[in-house]
Design a protein around this ligand. Structure first.
Ligand code: SAM
Length: 225
């Protein structure tokens, strides 16, 4: 499915979100920046076409590695990062069996990826495994709008308008029907925070973005887990 939409993925992200997706990714980098320096290593899981990896590399100056299981997405990411001063390796791999040693990274991110995993808790467990104790995880994901009237309006857009426009532009309506469907099955803000606690993160908090359309969760890997 992701291979089928890769060529139009960036265009549709910016179009369907009115460019808000760019601001959301910048907020991930802002959240990470205080915890990083030039020697820090960050793993961006389910990196897709690399937008978040690039923002983190630019805003935080850290070493970034992107991983995704979709080769056409990674090829686009590699092309986009060709001019950046610090090379970003884009590696093919499964988020549920990350091809990295335990405790390798200072920080990890996953943007609009966790929802797609067959096993969300398993994916969080893998993210914990590759982080150093005390390492920070930031998750950017669609969530549940918090204001009832706005929620109904957004639901109409998300389930009726977005699949049509996404289908027309990408040629794959199924992928853009899958999007609202997968979000409806994904844990809401509070549940995701609990799940992060359960799998070994502490200092877990979250903030709603754009009225809860998305949420930014963060936590640090427990030393004793
Ligand atoms: C909606 S895109 C998000 C891409 C990017 N992080 C962004 O912010 O635009 C979801 C990505 O997750 C990847 N993905 C889904 N399941 C995966 C898995 N099990 N392992 C690795 N990547 C996965 C897909 O290939 C796709 O590139």
């Amino acid at each position: 499915m992701f291979a089928g939409i890769a060529a139009r993925y960036d265009l549709l992200n910016h179009l369907l979100s009115g460019n808000v997706d760019r601001r959301w990714r910048r907020l991930v980098a802002e959240k990470l920046r205080p915890a990083l320096d030039a020697d820090s290593t960050v793993l961006d899981v389910a990196c897709g076409t690399g937008d978040l990896s690039l923002v983190i590399a630019e805003a935080c100056g850290a070493r970034v590695v992107g991983v995704d299981f979709c080769r056409p997405m990674l090829d686009i990411a590699a092309r986009k990062s060709a001019g950046v001063s610090r090379t970003i390796p884009f590696v093919e791999g499964d988020a549920l069996r990350l091809p990295f040693a335990d405790e390798k990274f200072d920080a990890a991110t996953i943007a609009f990826g966790l929802r797609n995993l067959a096993d969300v808790a398993g994916g969080l467990g893998e993210l914990r495994r590759i982080l150093k104790p005390g390492g920070r995880l930031v998750v950017l994901e669609f969530s549940r709008p918090v204001v009832p009237g706005f929620r109904a309006l957004f639901q109409f857009y998300f389930s009726r308008v977005l699949p049509r426009v996404g289908g027309l532009v990408s040629g794959s309506r199924g992928a853009y029907e899958y999007l609202p469907d997968s979000v409806s099955k994904f844990p809401d803000q509070a549940r995701l925070a609990s799940l992060m606690n359960e799998v070994g993160f502490e200092n877990v908090d979250y903030r709603n973005l754009t009225g809860g359309i998305a949420a930014l969760h963060s936590g640090t890997r427990r030393h004793d887990f």
